[in-house]
Design a protein around this ligand. Sequence first.
Ligand SMILES: NC(=O)c1ccc[n+]([C@@H]2O[C@H](COP(=O)([O-])OP(=O)(O)OC[C@H]3O[C@@H](n4cnc5c(N)ncnc54)[C@H](O)[C@@H]3O)[C@@H](O)[C@H]2O)c1
Length: 361
Amino acid sequence: MPERIPVQLSGRSYEIILGRHLDRELLSCIETIKPHGVLLVSDQNVFARHGARYEALLAGAGAIRRLIVPPGESSKSLMQLATIYDAALAPPALERSSLVVALGGGMVGDLAGFAAATLLRGLPLLHIPTSLLAMVDSSIGGKTAINHPAGKNLIGSFWQPQAVLCDLTLLDTLPAREFNSALAEIVKYAVIGQEPALEDFEAHKERIKARTAGRLDEIVAACIRHKARVVAEDEREQTGRRVLLNFGHTLAHVIETRCPGRFLHGEAVAIGMVAACRVSRRFAGLDAQSPARLAKLLASCSLPVKVPAELTRQELLAGLGGDKKREAGRIQFVVTPRFGRAEVASLALDDALLDCLLEQP
Ligand SMILES: NC(=O)c1ccc[n+]([C@@H]2O[C@H](COP(=O)([O-])OP(=O)(O)OC[C@H]3O[C@@H](n4cnc5c(N)ncnc54)[C@H](O)[C@@H]3O)[C@@H](O)[C@H]2O)c1
């Protein structure tokens, strides 16, 4: 039986439906939403593998028009957004009751989500995440965005979907590097959430890496429940609760900006989390063994844990200086005083912090 995980938001609650072979659940979502026409947004990789199946399933929802963008982060752009608007508004134009279906990873989810948020002042949206990262992270919580030459995700909005349909069989075609990269985000939930979950991950990592049904389903469900809870408590990042999900992301953002194209997001987060553990050890009382424990676990998932040698102290400082969290020579940094707990620390942006971040494990 599929699991139904609610995201409780006043007036706009929705469900994340998690399971395998969710065709019946998709049909029942369509029956509930009763859209007049569908705009299916996907990328070429995903559409080639799964598009025909979903177009057939969506056939009962009225005319389908599709917009298939090239894969990769560069499609999260104003240009591709404009092609979605053009497809949606070409006669006969979509109506307020038409449904946008985002079939893809986080890139497609963010792009199609932002199009849904802005077309005709907001169209209903259905997420069908196809990457592990999209299942455990980006499809939950309503953040949508495109990139701008000035930076990532600078143009966006909060727009909650009607439902998220997480069919784990879609992961069968996901490339290994993409899968492993998302394991970093899964480990992050364990580090900031509950330590037993980390022990569980360590004990079963071979089966998780092998995408074994059952074990993978349980861990994905645990991550979704965690994020759904956090989003319900702090939908718009106002109470500080949602910020804790940024554990490891401060250094990761600097690495992604300074070494473009070299690391997938989760890979940069893996490096960032190990560095955040060193910072936590120095400034937040984390025990001495934990940074190495986390580095070992992440490395065993084929994830990098070393800060790239070419990242200089000046670049790091400049990168952190551009970070939203910096204020008057200090930085708001997510630390873990012990695995299973996270909090925000205000740290001086000084040599001690830079040394700690740049230290090799
Ligand atoms: N909105 C949020 O809250 C949020 C949170 C985290 C990340 N993000 C965004 O998510 C994006 C990253 O997401 P991602 O890692 O899923 O990247 P992605 O969407 O670019 O997908 C990664 C690659 O995997 C391919 N792919 C996806 N599913 C597949 C499948 N089932 N079979 C075969 N290939 C498949 C894609 O074509 C692509 O080449 C970034 O743009 C990031 O900013 C958003």
